[in-house]
Design a protein around this ligand. Structure first.
Ligand SMILES: Cc1cc2nc3c(=O)[nH]c(=O)nc-3n(C[C@H](O)[C@H](O)[C@H](O)COP(=O)(O)O)c2cc1C
Ligand code: SF4
Length: 752
């Protein structure tokens, strides 16, 4: 089994990356002014005003039923272009309808925008290109040959058609479903479609096309021997499909039209899963992935065929935390990978057919201006790509240019609003920016209220602070009551582990925002002040918002009050309280429990294990986020017990009831996703109830059993008629995530 030394080194470092040269990033401006970031670059015939590329993020459900980009999509991109980005790219736009069966849903509908259609859809693309141009940005469209094995296999039920791939590959969602092998004829049809779509894009004034060749999508399924195991026909040569596409685009669009190509230098499967590659039924098939050397040779051939520019990353769906690096991955995780490609082009004097150098774009958690500028200065890459950082803050580039990085809203890597919305059938949004993808509905300038009010906001978590910001912009005066000595609410505990640096930066941003709001004279923040019904009523507020967060669940289990039992939030805030313990049981394998175990194992050298009642560890968490944590918990030897209930807590042990049925899912499985609850897997084998009692030795127990809303204060305020209007938002309404908290706060406050 081949593995790349550099890839292995990187993959091995992603568990405790802070010990391997990756720094914890901050929104500093040590390298300001950002002369490299804000210098122009020429790609083929097009000049891009700066080195910032907006990464492609699927614009699903941002189009009408024909696939024409709608006003949601236009306004969303306009905000990013106005925010100063040099090059905007669309999310993936399929060009293989009728061939890739997973693209069509019941009723012949698709959630993707389309360009491979009649003139019906062109107006949307023309408008979009025009909008980006008016703001000084260039716009490339990302064309994808399709999804193949990583597409929705429901086509088997809705159309009685199997999904398709380069070879007989298992579906990523339901590995028991095989994909049928695409014929050379079908692949040639996709090549033709690529040329036609590119010609249409050019006619629509789109500045270039961008081929979606990474992450194990269909283009990569055909161009990587891991997935393409064809023995006969033209495309048994894994390079030719990509090369044919590029040649066809060149034939249709001429020599001056920019072509960008997205590629992973390695799937990193052998390096991630090592010996498991031989045991896991799906992985076994994929062990022959392109090495870095093979990828570089392929890139050279693509340049010869006409590619002008690349962006490079690592990984695929089966180790999804790589192409979608979550909160727990390091900032700048793929810069070394970009550097390899850049150096290869330089050392081998490989130039584009125009004679220009082939720019390499770096990607992966680069949303910190100092880090981005340093990557360019260190010659790691020629441009930097920002995907989620521009969902979090569309004005990233303008703020960096002005030297105001502390005003940038940082992405926290949660993927709640972006990737998870995408997977669950919404459209991309953002947990820390409630306007993202609602720009057409929620104007940037918040309208002034006709009647100015005196408003109490109870709780200084993300919901309370978001509400306060909007209320002040509407002209109201606000008093925030916070019972703790610091702001942050639930996020405070969630910001302490090293892997939660994104949240720590978000808290710094929220504090900075409050400081600015306080200077308006319209905000008072009362820390260490518990809101009492009578006092609030006596203060005669016109309006009250209760955003008092949530409290930890504690269930009546024998021994739960023992002195060796702690709440996870208390341990996260002050790990010293478990300093005298080593073998620690974490009860609850949701995100808090799993991250607590991670912190204890990696930062404090403890030996935690996790028990969880549910079938899955970290259920309802984005597959990329749970994959990273679970994979590296396994690497560290942390035992995970799913379908296991706590019966009793003792001084030296925990008594549990564990389901040992053979169909209990493997808690460490990270190659495939957990299906959303509304999707039934007809092939799933449900575990029977086969519970046995076990005693597991431990010296301390940590409770991570979820939280419940702090809503009593709201009901008491209502009963006391404490103000003419009283609202309940955030965690206090329904224990939720940052995404729901900020969104509800923003929308409610706009109506007060
Ligand atoms: C919601 C969402 C959708 C994405 N869709 C695409 C896509 O359509 N095409 C693509 O090549 N990458 C897609 N990506 C990957 C991003 O382009 C990017 O590589 C990744 O988010 C890492 O960059 P970042 O750390 O700057 O976000 C998507 C990412 C997110 C969060
Ligand atoms: S939803 Fe979370 S991960 Fe996605 S862009 Fe927003 S903050 Fe970043």
């Amino acid at each position: 089994m081949k593995s790349d030394k550099k890839v292995q080194e990187l993959v091995d470092s992603y568990g405790d990356w802070w010990n391997h040269g990756f720094a914890i990033p901050k929104m500093t401006k040590k390298l300001y002014p950002y002369t490299n970031l804000f210098s122009p670059i020429k790609v083929n015939s097009v000049t891009i005003k700066n080195r910032i590329v907006m990464g492609p993020m699927g614009n699903i459900n941002m189009c009408d039923e024909t696939g024409r980009p709608n006003s949601k999509m236009l306004k969303y991109f306009e905000a990013r272009a106005a925010g100063g980005v040099g090059l905007i790219t669309s999310g993936l736009i399929p060009i293989s309808y009728g061939i890739d069966k997973s693209l069509i849903e019941l009723g012949d509908l698709t959630y993707f925008p389309r360009i491979d259609r009649s003139r019906t859809v062109f107006a949307g693309w023309r408008d979009l290109a025009e909008i980006c141009h008016s703001q000084g940005s260039k716009f490339f469209i990302q064309l994808t040959p399709g999804l193949g094995r990583v597409g929705n296999p429901q086509c088997l039920i809705t159309q009685a058609k199997f999904p398709r791939s380069a070879s007989n590959n298992p579906s990523w969602y339901i590995p028991q479903i095989p994909c049928l092998r695409l014929t050379d004829h079908s692949l040639k049809k996709i090549v033709k479609n690529a040329g036609q779509s590119a010609a249409d894009a050019k006619a629509a004034n789109i500045d270039g096309v961008y081929l979606h060749g990474h992450e194990g999508y269909l283009l990569e399924q055909v161009t990587n021997p891991a997935f393409n195991r064809r023995k006969i026909g033209r495309y048994a040569n894994y390079e030719l499909f990509g090369i044919d596409m590029v040649r066809e685009i060149r034939r249709r669009c001429g020599t001056k039209y920019p072509i960008m190509y997205r590629i992973d230098l390695s799937l990193a499967l052998n390096e991630t899963y090592k010996d498991e590659m031989k045991k896991n039924k799906s992985l076994k098939k994929f062990k022959n992935g392109r090495t870095i050397e093979q990828t570089l040779t392929y890139m050279k051939h693509l340049v010869e065929a006409g590619v002008d520019m690349f962006d490079v990353d690592l990984g695929c769906y089966d180790n999804w935390w790589l192409p979608h690096p979550p909160s727990s991955m390091p900032a700048g995780c793929f810069l070394d990978i970009a550097e390899i490609a850049k150096k290869y082009f330089k050392d081998n004097n490989i130039k584009a057919n125009t004679g220009l150098e082939v720019p390499v774009v770096g990607v992966g958690k680069l949303g910190y201006p100092d880090l981005a500028e340093k990557a360019l200065r260190d010659q790691k890459c020629d441009m930097i790509m920002l995907a989620r950082p521009l969902l979090a803050d569309p004005d990233w580039a303008n703020k960096a240019y002005k030297g105001e990085p502390e005003d940038i809203i940082p992405c926290i890597g949660c993927q709640e609003g972006c990737l998870n919305e995408f997977v669950e059938g919404g459209h991309p949004q953002c947990a820390v920016n409630p306007r993202t993808a609602f720009e057409e509905e929620l104007t940037k300038e918040i309208p002034e209220a006709e009647v100015k009010k005196n408003v109490a906001v109870i709780g200084a978590g993300p919901a309370g602070i978001t509400a306060a910001e909007v209320l002040i912009k509407r002209g109201h005066t606000v008093t925030i009551f916070e019972k703790n000595s610091t702001i942050g609410g639930q996020l405070l505990a969630g910001s302490k582990a090293k892997i939660k640096y994104g949240v720590a930066n978000y808290l710094l941003y929220l504090q900075h925002l409050l400081n600015k709001l306080e200077k308006t004279g319209k905000l008072k923040v009362k820390l260490n002040t518990e809101a009492k019904v009578e006092e609030i009523k006596a203060a005669k507020f016109d309006s009250i918002i209760v955003s008092a967060g949530a409290h930890n669940n504690k269930f009546p289990i024998k021994g739960i009050d023992n002195e060796n039992v702690f709440f996870a939030v208390d341990v996260l805030i002050n790990p010293e309280i478990v300093k005298d313990y080593t073998n620690i049981a974490v009860v609850g394998g949701g995100v808090v429990g799993a991250e607590t175990a991670y912190m204890l194992a990696y930062e404090y050298d403890k030996k935690p294990f996790v028990i969880e009642m549910d079938e899955y560890i970290m259920n309802h968490v984005c597959t990329a986020n749970r994959g990273h944590i679970i994979h590296y918990l396994k690497e560290k030897g942390v035992k995970l017990y799913n379908m296991t209930r706590c019966l009793e807590m003792k001084k030296d042990a925990i008594v549990v009831s564990q389901n040992i049925d053979k169909n209990v899912p493997n808690p460490y499985l990270t190659t495939n996703p957990i299906l959303p609850e509304n999707v039934e897997n007809p092939l799933a084998k449900n575990p029977k109830d086969k519970y046995v009692t076990k005693t597991l030795n431990c010296d301390a127990i940590i409770l991570a059993m979820g939280v419940s809303p702090n809503d009593q204060l709201y009901y008491d305020l209502v009963a006391a008629k404490a103000a003419p209007e009283i609202n309940l938002i955030g965690d206090a309404f329904k224990s939720a995530k940052v995404h729901q908290a900020t969104r509800s706060a923003y929308r409610k406050a706009r109506t007060i």
